[in-house]
Design a protein around this ligand. Structure first.
Ligand code: CO
Length: 252
């Protein structure tokens, strides 16, 4: 199992996963295997109690306060990869970040899920920053670079393949395959940020109050560090204004 790939990339190359279940004669799990299988699962509840005790030990009304409501300044849109810990990497606590994650941190206008998340975050939570955070070693981006039929994933990963097409000249000019892969991770973040800026509620809110500001980040699995791509938000707004302005006034 590759350690550098997203779980997605790993499972795509795993022959066992592709074995249809009906080809197996039967599947029996021994009590010992069952104990092993359930041990981490059961341990979660013990860990949960310990975590609650730690939090309330420092602040007895910690959870009661959290339960009163949320007022996060950040909307974080990241990859589902288990190695990208949004809150921990940002040094944030529960209540600080509204989070949406999917394979390869894609912002698609036809995805009702992410459209609802962004709308709620912008219109009702008044988030000040929207972060699209990709990560080097992204299995979703890697899969999109493969020229093969990936079944139900085709539709989703086409969003990333579209990014490749838009930036084909730059990407094809990079001779080192790993550097090209890293660059696609960055360009995917850029294009997904642009997709956020295309949204009417984002444009209208920004015009009214100067926020939310959209940021593009890449998380480095090997160092744990967040790299700000330092996208020029005003420039992006100006660029998209010609075609995607959904307000009745100038965006900037
Ligand atoms: Co990923």
């Amino acid at each position: 199992m590759g350690q550098q790939d997203c779980g997605l990339g790993t499972s795509l190359n795993d022959g066992d996963v592709n074995t249809p279940i009906f080809q197996q004669d039967y599947f029996v799990i021994s009590s010992l295997e069952n104990q092993t299988l359930m041990s981490l699962y059961n341990e979660v509840f013990e860990r949960n109690k310990k975590w609650v005790a730690e939090k309330t030990g420092m602040q007895p009304d910690y959870f009661e306060n959290l339960a009163k409501g949320q007022d996060p300044e950040f909307l974080f849109i990241g990859c589902s990869d288990s190695r990208v810990p949004a809150n921990q990497a940002m040094g944030m606590q529960p209540g600080d970040i509204f989070v949406h994650r999917n394979i390869a941190n894609v912002v698609s206008a036809t995805d009702l899920n992410i459209m609802s998340v962004i709308n709620y975050a912008v219109v009702h939570l008044d988030v000040k920053h929207i972060v699209v955070c990709g990560h080097y070693g992204c299995g979703g981006v890697k899969a999109a670079m493969q020229q093969q039929d990936l079944g139900i994933l085709n539709g989703w990963l086409r969003n990333v393949r579209d990014v490749y097409r838009l930036h084909k000249a730059e990407l094809n000019a990079i001779t080192d395959a790993h550097e090209r892969y890293n660059r696609l991770v960055e360009l995917n973040v850029l294009e997904q940020c642009i997709n956020v800026v295309k949204l009417a509620e984002v444009q209208k809110k920004y015009l009214a109050g100067g926020f939310p500001i959209v940021h593009g980040w890449v998380y480095d699995l090997k160092t744990g560090l967040i790299k700000d791509l330092e996208l020029d938000f005003n420039h992006i707004l100006k660029e998209i204004q010609e075609v995607y302005n959904l307000t009745e006034q100038s965006l900037i």
